[in-house]
Design a protein around this ligand. Structure first.
Ligand code: BG6
Ligand code: MG
Length: 220
């Protein structure tokens, strides 16, 4: 199947169309530093695609502090991380869109293919606004619109449902294992932005949206 054979292409946000993954990492790392342990890039792989609340739980587990704080303290930590993250993205500009994003979206639109955002982030709308790309998407489903976090398929199923498109006619671009699992659980085609060493189960692997046409399909 050719990429242009799908009726709907769903994009994860962080790490797929914009390089915000590094800011999430920096903001979480500052929290870990304050708590007295170091958060590595390898640890960070486990946080990609994971909700803010769950990310904090994983980080506290990494630091051996899983049971050290009350729910109120955890809420404060998650808020402090988000405040720091918002400072990082305050000056986000179009040039932080990942290479090929605008060209690919423009191509999809010109072919009449629907496009959606399916993101765990509660900051998706302000980010898309700063990048001036909201108009490219027929539907935007973010962390405010879903109850169940990836790898649950809710976020992608909602996008397809809103547009009345069956899951089998949808492809999802994802840079996180949780997101690939969510796409597969939704009955959609998962396209990994990353390598098979880090991301398991996708039908296709691309380095970025500028490279997707250069690799071959691995479909039955
Ligand atoms: C995902 C990121 O897109 O959104 C995660 O990959 C992040 O790292 C999650 O934790 C939630 O984002 P936010 O902006 O609501 O804290
Ligand atoms: Mg992502």
């Amino acid at each position: 199947m050719d990429i242009y054979g799908f009726e709907l292409i769903i994009f994860d946000l962080d790490g797929v169309i914009v390089d915000t993954a590094k800011y999430h990492y920096l903001a979480w790392k500052e929290l870990a530093d304050k708590l007295g342990f170091s958060l590595t890039l390898e640890h960070n792989e486990r946080l990609k695609g994971i909700s803010r609340t769950r990310s904090l739980e994983i980080i506290l587990e990494i630091g051996g502090l899983a049971d050290a704080f009350t729910p109120e303290q955890k809420e404060e930590m998650a808020t402090a991380k988000n405040t720091r993250y918002m400072e990082y993205i305050h000056n986000l500009k179009e040039d932080e869109l990942l290479p090929g994003t605008k060209e690919f979206l423009t191509e999809l639109k010109s072919r009449g293919i629907k496009t959606a955002i399916g993101s765990a982030s509660k900051n998706a709308l302000p980010i898309l606004d700063k990048l001036d790309v909201i108009h490219f998407f027929d539907v935007i489903i973010d962390g405010n619109a879903t109850d169940k976090a990836k790898p649950h398929p809710e976020v992608f199923l909602l996008a397809a449902e809103k547009l009345g498109i069956p899951p089998e006619n949808c492809a999802v671009f994802e840079d996180a294992q949780a997101g690939i699992e969510a796409a597969l659980a939704a009955g959609m085609t998962a396209i990994a932005v990353g390598s098979p060493e880090n991301l398991k189960g996708a039908s296709m692997y691309v380095a970025g949206l500028d490279h997707f046409q250069r690799v071959s399909w691995n479909m039955p």
